[in-house]
Write a protein that binds this ligand. Sequence first.
Ligand code: CA
Length: 235
Amino acid sequence: MRVLLIEDDAMIGESVRLGLRQENFAVDWVRDGEAGLAAARMPEHDIVLLDLGLPRRSGLDVLAGLRGGGSRTPVLILTARDAVSDRVAGLNAGADDYLVKPFDLQELIARIHALARRAQGRAEPLVRYGAVCLNPATRDVTLDGQPVRLSAREYALLAALLSRPGQVWSVAQLQEKLYGWDDEVGSNTVEVYVHGLRKKLGSGLIRNIRGVGYVCPRLDGAGGAGDTGDEEGRA
Ligand code: CA
């Protein structure tokens, strides 16, 4: 999951960035409203954390610009102002949730997961796909109920693919989910992580659409995936 943090307070920004990176989120951090709006308009972020009191352009302005441009990326407002009117204005301008500073990092992370669930149309905290089950809060993955150990990048790749079964992702799009601007892109490529995931979770999990990218086919058959490739054969 890739998070855009728009926050001008250095201490808060740094602690949020570090905390989220420890949870294996890719984090991009910008410190003013002007840069924030430009960054938020790019499609690669799964969620935007938005401070309201920002230099160059207020958080509410950023939000209005974002929603006015048709973006549906979930926005969580982070604000020191605990005035009810600010929160109401933020929610009315299209924010999905808010946290009043100072906030607990674990609560922020839980809210991010909740917003991601809502954006994916899930009420259930676990992501299930055939015999594979993924817990975004703990990053535990099981296959037929048995724990499977994934690297952080493998997990991030799987979570991205399973966020929208049936959607074909280009390698560039997947890479955008794995790395923030400041992250060094390792020598391992998306192809290597896909190989690892297939080895650990079954070769039929991820399809390669030649020349286009990768997809976890929809399991309800509505995606027209054709043959099912790898049958799970569960009892
Ligand atoms: Ca601020």
